[in-house]
Design a protein around this ligand. Structure first.
Ligand SMILES: [Zn+2]
Length: 94
């Protein structure tokens, strides 16, 4: 197994356009939310930037919660399907 780390995905859109650029370090971002998170975590944000950061963090947290619900549902469905499959397989005469 390789221990080589993979860099994060930083590819921008094919036409080279960016939705937002950091006002402090000129780093391009694909979405405004990514820029708000970057500014809030890496720079001394103004009050408006701090509010944007909090909103972006809340939105990301909500999105992560929904993802966890989907994963729990999928694991539960897989578990139930395996139980039903086992019951059917062991009840067959043979
Ligand atoms: Zn920056």
């Amino acid at each position: 197994m390789s221990l080589q780390s993979h860099p994060p995905e930083t590819t921008l859109s094919d036409d080279g356009t960016t939705a937002a650029v950091c006002p402090y370090c000129d780093r391009p971002f694909v979405t405004e939310r990514q820029r708000a998170l970057h500014v809030g975590e890496r720079h001394n944000a103004t009050e408006a930037e701090r509010r944007a950061y909090e909103a972006a963090r809340d939105a990301e947290s909500d999105e992560l919660f929904r993802l966890h619900l989907k994963v729990i549902f999928a694991v539960g469905l897989l578990y139930a399907a395996s139980i039903v499959g086992g019951v059917v397989a062991f009840s067959l005469p043979g």
